[in-house]
Design a protein. Structure first.
Length: 316
């Protein structure tokens, strides 16, 4: 069933222009602090890890340093693991999970793999608990050359020097009830199309790359997370958020075609996690722990299967 978008911005059927984006931006209020929640935690990690500023995000009057955490004893002969969180700023467990992974587990991988963790790719959106950046652009559809999103462009520049040596990339996300109540209606309004209601799955799931799927890798991550929280089931159409479920808790997207963050490197093993924080069956702590478990399982699998990764990298 198709219904008219309830978003109050703009004229139905007409894409937003500069005035509509400005009207939307004026409604976005700061609800939490990037400095208190993210930068302060990163400061506590400087004694054990290298911290690099890979860009500065400027949305007047606000300005945000973009920070990544790196292995202190980087070795060029080792493969790399990339962990990204907060590409969608409102997806809280992605940010907290990335930081908790570094705090509790990153040191255990020293000498085996180089780690790069960008825990909050979109700090403006993090503070406003929103999906988009200040220009009403979705960073997670903007990982491509000449990106319109400075958040995405900065991450692309960060990984460019070592992107061809990334073995595994885990991009930490959430699917929330607000996707249907707020963000998808706003998207329809922004693009001047009708809002078509969807269904939010109850549980954790993963998004694999339909161009280079790695089913055993995805299932290893699902198995680890299933010990922490429940895995999403397919709907009556055999799908999760409109995409066919190809294995328990796994769907596929063409990552590069859609400009998704998980396509930012040539990693043989890549996945996008999707935690469901609004479930009555999961606490905030479980959501954070699920993200951490996913990262650890992904890196462990990649390190245990380097030969399979070499074959995957040779695929056209």
């Amino acid at each position: 069933m198709t219904t008219q978008t309830p978003c109050p911005i703009g004229t139905p059927g007409t894409p937003w222009g500069v005035a509509e984006v400005a009207a939307w931006r004026s409604r976005q209020a700061v609800k939490r602090s990037y400095r208190a929640d993210v930068l302060s935690v990163i400061e506590t990690l400087r004694a054990r890890f290298d911290v690099v500023e890979y860009g500065q995000l400027d949305y007047r009057p606000d300005s945000y340093p973009l920070l990544a955490i790196r292995s202190r004893h980087w070795r060029d002969e080792l493969p790399c693991a990339l962990v990204t969180g907060g590409v969608h700023g409102y997806e809280t467990s992605g940010v907290r999970g990335a930081l908790q992974f570094v705090e509790r587990h990153a040191a255990g991988y020293a000498g085996r793999i180089n780690l790069v963790v960008a825990p909050c790719v979109s700090p403006w959106a993090y503070e406003r608990i929103h999906r988009w950046n200040a220009n009403a652009i979705d960073p997670n559809r903007s990982f491509r050359a000449d990106s319109p999103a400075p958040e995405s462009a900065a991450l692309i520049r960060l990984v460019a020097p070592f992107g061809d040596r990334v073995l595994v990339h885990v991009d930490l996300h959430e699917t929330t009830d607000s996707d249907e109540s707020e963000f998808r209606p706003a998207l329809a309004s922004r693009d001047g199309v009708a809002y078509v209601p969807g269904e939010i799955p109850d549980g954790f799931y993963l998004v694999d790359d339909s161009e280079h799927p790695q089913p055993a890798f995805q299932q290893a991550v699902i198995a680890a997370v299933a010990k922490i929280t429940h895995i999403a089931q397919a709907d009556r159409h055999g799908a999760i958020i409109g995409s066919p479920m190809v294995a328990p808790g796994v769907i596929e997207y063409p990552l590069q075609q859609l400009g998704l963050c998980a396509s930012v490197t040539g990693a043989a093993y890549k996945t996008t996690t999707e935690v469901y924080p609004d479930s009555p069956r999961a606490t905030a702590g479980q959501c954070n722990a699920a993200q951490v478990a996913a990262v650890c399982a992904a890196i462990d699998f990649a390190l245990a299967h380097p030969a399979r990764a070499s074959v995957a990298r040779r695929l056209p």
